[in-house]
Design a protein around this ligand. Structure first.
Ligand SMILES: Cc1cc2nc3c(=O)[nH]c(=O)nc-3n(C[C@H](O)[C@H](O)[C@H](O)COP(=O)(O)O)c2cc1C
Length: 404
């Protein structure tokens, strides 16, 4: 029989204390996000549909993106219990220098369209968290301005193999003069992937005002207000005028004639570390390392290019075996949390490149949103390492992962 008593005011009153009120609307919004998928949903609410889908979508059937994310959710990580995990070290050497965490913000284009704070916000957040940022050649902010905004950041330049060597050389010289440390060269851009959502949405960069746009304006007034009251969208680092579909803009940057000889030229011309991004097999990783790559990113371009290729995580062990002693091996595509990163590292990766993770954060709340994305990852990484019984990333081995 339960003994009962009359409720006493002194026990009851403390329970009536309200939670602290967060007055700032951005902070309030971001404080409710506890995983990257939450930031994605906030981003979706706050950004015009065509812009959100440009980031969120993939090519063709979007099978690669879906399968890559699903593979991460299906794998199992093997824990060890009863070990001292009081202090956990998340640092990693990336291209020979320490990074506070094992992720790199991968190059993504046209960032100021997603949120007016754009590349500057991303570079600052990367600097604050001690991780490298790759500025895309098709960025909407000058190389010089990014260098000024994040002078202590580790900035990389993301580029294709330039079709025009003179222009390419000038671009590389500017990046080097501004302290950019490494070049990330995408090698999977023979032709732009078919991003059907952009076609259905009729997306142009910058977006054209249409009847649909006006309806959207009512739904996303903040985005449109910021869009119209900040500098017009342009691609100031390359000789491409804005205007046209994303496909048309990407085509102008493409170099379908690029071969491994051109990649060798890029390595020689850059003169510092070059990371090749976008191969799918150990054989191609070998060709690129033999041509001078200091690192390779096993990448399906976020599922935005070739939609029928192998998933990076599956190919990872064979690539590590083939080139892991001579070059740093990274992966990208579909990574949404720290467990995904730990699995990749356990299978031999130096670290991971992530794109949508920071873009969802940016669209959800500008620079503070990118910070929130990194806070979530940081917290996840420390927690999961403790639950796995590892205190440093070097302790992870393939035995920690069970792949389906
Ligand atoms: C919106 C968007 C724009 C991108 N633009 C570029 C680019 O300009 N250059 C490039 O090499 N890769 C680009 N990528 C591909 C990323 O560098 C990277 O391969 C991909 O985002 C990784 O997958 P994740 O988004 O699932 O992390 C872009 C990706 C997204 C989502």
């Amino acid at each position: 029989m339960t003994e009962r008593q009359l409720p006493k005011l002194k026990d009851f009153l403390p329970l009536l204390q309200p939670n602290p009120i967060i007055w700032d609307p951005t902070e309030r919004r971001l404080s409710k996000a506890h995983k990257i998928e939450d930031l994605r949903l906030i981003a979706k609410r706050r950004t015009p549909k065509a812009i959100f889908e440009y980031v969120d979508g993939g090519s063709e059937y979007e099978a690669t993106l879906r399968k890559a994310r699903y593979l991460f959710r299906q794998l199992e990580l093997v824990p060890t219990v009863m070990v001292d995990v009081e202090n956990v070290d998340t640092t990693r050497q990336i291209l020979g220098k320490p990074a506070s965490y094992p992720w790199v913000f991968t190059p993504t284009g046209v960032t100021r369209v997603m949120h007016h704070e754009g590349e500057i916000a991303v570079a600052r957040s990367a600097e604050r968290f001690g991780v490298p940022y790759g500025l895309s050649v098709i960025s909407t902010t000058l190389i010089e301005d990014v260098a000024k905004a994040a002078p202590h950041g580790r900035n990389f330049l993301g580029s294709g193999v330039p079709a025009d060597r003179e222009l390419g050389k000038k671009l590389f010289d500017r990046a080097k003069a501004n302290g950019f440390e490494a070049l990330v060269v995408y090698v999977d851009g023979a032709t732009p992937g078919a991003r059907l959502r952009d076609r259905y949405n009729g997306l142009t960069i910058p977006p054209h005002p249409t009847l649909k746009t006006f309806v959207d304006g009512a739904l996303h007034p903040n985005w449109w207000f910021n869009f119209f009251t900040t500098a017009p969208i342009s691609f100031p680092n390359v000789d491409i005028p804005p205007g046209g579909s994303v496909h048309e803009i990407s085509s102008q940057l493409g170099n379908p004639a690029a071969s491994i000889k051109d990649f060798e030229w890029v390595v020689k011309e850059w003169g510092g570390p070059v990371v090749a991004k976008g191969m799918a097999t150990a054989k191609d990783a070998r060709r690129l390392v033999d041509a001078g790559a200091a690192g390779v990113v096993l990448s399906a371009h976020g599922g935005r290019q070739f939609d029928q290729g192998p998933l990076p995580l599956r190919a990872l062990p064979s690539v590590v075996q083939e080139v892991g002693k001579e070059a740093e091996v990274f992966i990208d595509t579909g990574i949404m949390n720290a467990a995904d990163m730990l699995a990749a590292i356990a299978l031999g990766a130096t670290g991971v490149f992530v794109g949508r993770i920071y873009l969802y954060g940016l669209m959800a709340g500008g620079e503070r949103g990118v910070d929130r994305a990194q806070e979530i990852l940081t917290e996840q990484m420390i927690r999961i390492m403790k639950l796995m019984g590892v205190t440093s990333l070097d302790q992870l081995t393939p035995d920690h992962v069970i792949l389906p």
